[in-house]
Every structure is written in structure tokens, then in C-alpha cells.
Design a protein around this ligand. Structure first.
Ligand SMILES: *Cc1c(COP(=O)(O)O)cnc(C)c1O
Length: 391
């Protein structure tokens, strides 16, 4: 047996965050020191500013090209959390609308934003996913009424990896004249997105889910017809007034490079997503042989790197503790401070005991076959051991 297994732990948590690609880190480091493009992109009176501004605008075209947007439709933010906040609060505030339509299994950045709006007196309709974890476009159509200011439905779910048909959901919204926002933090760069074809009006993107740095993201805002978004951070009027604050040149350049790399992989016949999908399938082909395992979420309509599995007849906490050499997650990383069964799995109707003993494995750019085989063996033997100890 070859043992190319990292000493820390095998990293199978690419949906929580990714390491920065070395090509990205190299571009970023060119924007920091005295001999690099450290200037303020908003400085109009000297070459340091011009140089930084040029890099920022170049990165804007790279990000836009990844999903067929116009560079002028890209608003830099600090990450998908801020983008979700800006999209939903910004459109609600600018439109004066009274209802938000969303789904019950959104990321907390959307759910908590909606809860805040409810506390201010707005109505929020939460659509439930079907048993496969999919939000049906018909359910969105039924939820929209004349007071609806915005529909926000995520593209791919961060926990179970299911992928919604955003083109159909977008079409439903467009027919009814309601702006459609989608949180695409998990899907951008992994699934081909075209904001025009897919009827998207606003879209959230995060740098650190696609081998870019943390602390940078994008909100795509459709330009035509004009869509008004009220700023949520006021200041120097950057980003067409929608988001003030000095632009973080190094982060932006990093995200731009990360998008160039993803575009290249998506366009290549034999791009990384095929490899990632086959590693995921390999992991599942091992794990499904363990008795009483259940795949959560639709088997076909899911992200290439995601596997979310429930194990019957084991205690979830004990299982995770025993698997201390695997970096995996239960529930979503952002909520793992609370030890309640995952609200996403609950929304799918997975019973509490099964939801407790569920693990999300996410593989990515640097995952190897050895790591997948090692993880599968560790999980299988640990589950068997814990079950044997129970009786
Ligand atoms: C990671 C993630 C976010 C948060 O993104 P940040 O850039 O970390 O703020 C939001 N939505 C989804 C679906 C995510 O996976």
C-alpha cells in the first residue's frame, strides 16, 4: 500500500474552503510590496494608482468572463456573505417591496439576512426542497405574489451539494418581473454558468471556494434593464456607489486569476471537474458497500466534488471524534458551533438520528486517489467497529 497521506489529516472539506492555488498566490504577492502594485486603485494623480487600477479592471474582466457577464456588472465585496446581504437588503430597500421569496435550506448569510428583514416587518416565504433536495421552479412560481421584491434561491447547496435548475427558476422570475438572486458560492467555477442564458439578475461569488483568497467576493448585478441596489456600506462611492471602501488590489487580482484557472478547466474537454467527479464517485463506490448508508440529496443533480452520507446505527459525535485524521464536516462548517442536527438534512426529511450521523466529504483540486481510498477504509472500519461496540 502506498501511503502518500498527509500527517495533519486528509483534507476532504473543499466546500468549507480551499487552499489558494500557487498561481494565484504568486499574482497576489505582486501587489503588496514597494516594487509591486501596492497603490490605491482610486488614486487618480499618479502611476501607482493607475497601475493598481489597471490590475483591478483586468481582474474584473476575468471574473465577468467566467459567467458571461459584462465587467461593469461586477461589484467587489468581502465575500459571498456580504454579497448575499447587499443583494437582498439592497434590492428590498431600493424597491420598497414587502416580500422576499427564498428557500428553507439557504446558507446562513441568506437565512439570517431574511430573519433580520422579518424583524423589520417584512414577509419572507421559505420554499421547502423536495425529497431529493431540489427547489422546484413551480414552487417558486407559486410563492411569488405582487408584493415580492426579490427571489433568492441558491444554485448549489453547500451541505448536500444538490444543484438547482436556476435557468428555470430565473425564467419564472423574469416572467413575473421579479429580480432573481442566486448564491452561487459553491457552483461558480465548477458548473458552467451564463448569467444571460440562466436568467440571473444578481449572483453571489466567493473567492475562497475556488482556490482564491478569503475575504474577497463579488456581487454580479445585471445592468440592463437597470436594477437599483441600495448600498449597505457607505463611504467613498466606490463600485458605482454600491459598495464603498478601498479596493483590496491583491485579493481582487487573486480572485481574477482563480477565475481564469477555473474557466480554463471548464473549457477543457478533460478538465479537473471530471477528475474530481470520478474521485467522488470512487469514494461513494467504497462507502455504499457499508451497510445502512444513505446518500443525502439527488444522486445526479449534484456538485462534482460533493458526497453527503448518513450512517445508520452509529452515534454521529462518536464517529466524527474517531475519524480525527479526516478533515470532513457535519452540517455546514458555518453552523458547526451548534450541535443540532443539520437544518438542511431536516428540510429533506432525514430523521434526526440519521441526520446526526452524516458526513459531508468534499474533494477538490489537490485530492488524490490515495487519500480517497484511505478515507473510505477509515470510515468503513470505524463504522463497523462502533456498531460492534454498540451491541
Ligand atoms: C461559503 C459560502 C458562503 C459564504 O461565503 P464567504 O465568502 O465565506 O462569506 C455563502 N454561501 C454559500 C453557499 C457558501 O458556500
Amino acid at each position: 500500500m502506498s501511503t502518500k497521506i498527509p500527517t495533519k489529516a486528509v483534507y476532504l472539506d473543499y466546500s468549507a474552503t480551499t487552499p489558494v492555488d500557487p498561481r494565484v498566490a504568486e499574482r497576489m504577492s505582486g501587489c503588496l510590496l514597494t516594487d509591486g502594485a501596492f497603490g490605491n486603485p482610486a488614486s487618480r494623480s499618479h502611476v501607482y494608482g493607475w497601475e493598481a487600477e489597471e490590475l483591478v479592471e483586468e481582474a474584473r474582466t476575468h471574473v465577468a468572463a467566467l459567467f458571461n457577464a459584462d465587467p461593469r456588472e461586477i461589484i467587489w465585496t468581502s465575500g459571498a456573505t456580504e454579497s448575499d446581504n447587499l443583494a437582498i437588503k439592497g434590492v428590498v430597500e431600493a424597491s420598497g417591496g414587502e416580500r422576499v421569496v427564498t428557500s428553507s435550506y439557504e446558507h446562513k448569510a441568506v437565512l439570517d439576512t431574511c430573519a433580520h428583514l422579518e424583524s423589520l416587518g417584512l414577509d419572507v416565504t421559505y420554499i421547502e426542497p423536495d425529497a431529493g433536495g431540489i427547489i422546484q421552479p413551480e414552487a417558486v412560481a407559486d410563492a411569488i405574489d405582487p408584493d415580492t421584491a426579490i427571489v433568492s434561491v441558491m444554485h448549489a447547496n453547500n451541505e448536500i451539494g444538490v444543484v438547482n435548475d436556476i435557468r428555470a427558476i430565473g425564467a419564472v422570475c423574469r416572467e413575473r418581473g421579479v429580480p432573481f438572486h442566486t448564491d452561487a458560492a459553491q457552483s461558480v467555477g465548477k458548473i458552467d454558468i451564463d448569467v444571460r442564458r440562466d436568467n440571473i439578475d444578481l449572483m453571489s461569488v466567493s473567492g475562497h471556494k475556488i482556490y482564491g483568497p478569503k475575504g474577497i467576493g463579488v456581487l454580479f448585478v445585471r445592468r440592463q434593464p437597470f436594477l437599483s441596489v441600495a448600498p449597505q456600506i457607505h463611504g467613498g462611492g466606490h463600485e458605482r456607489g454600491m459598495r464603498s471602501g478601498t479596493l483590496a488590489t491583491h485579493q481582487i487580482v487573486g480572485l481574477g486569476e482563480a477565475c481564469v484557472i477555473c474557466r480554463g478547466e471548464l473549457d477543457r474537454d478533460n478538465g479537473e471537474n471530471r477528475r474530481i467527479r470520478s474521485l467522488r464517485d470512487r469514494l461513494w463506490s467504497h462507502l455504499r458497500q457499508v451497510p445502512k448508508t444513505l446518500l443525502n440529496g439527488d444522486e445526479e443533480q449534484r456538485l462534482p466534488g460533493n458526497l453527503n452520507v448518513s450512517f445508520g446505527d452509529v452515534d454521529g459525535d462518536t464517529l466524527l471524534t474517531a475519524l480525527d485524521d479526516l478533515a470532513v464536516s457535519t452540517g455546514s462548517a458555518c453552523t458547526s458551533a451548534t450541535v443540532e442536527p443539520s437544518y438542511v438534512l431536516k428540510a429533506l426529511g432525514v430523521p434526526d438520528d440519521l441526520a446526526h450521523a452524516s458526513i459531508r466529504f468534499t474533494v477538490g483540486r489537490y485530492t488524490t486517489t490515495d487519500e480517497v481510498d484511505y478515507a473510505a477504509r477509515r470510515v468503513a472500519t470505524t463504522v463497523e467497529k462502533l456498531r460492534a461496540a454498540r451491541v
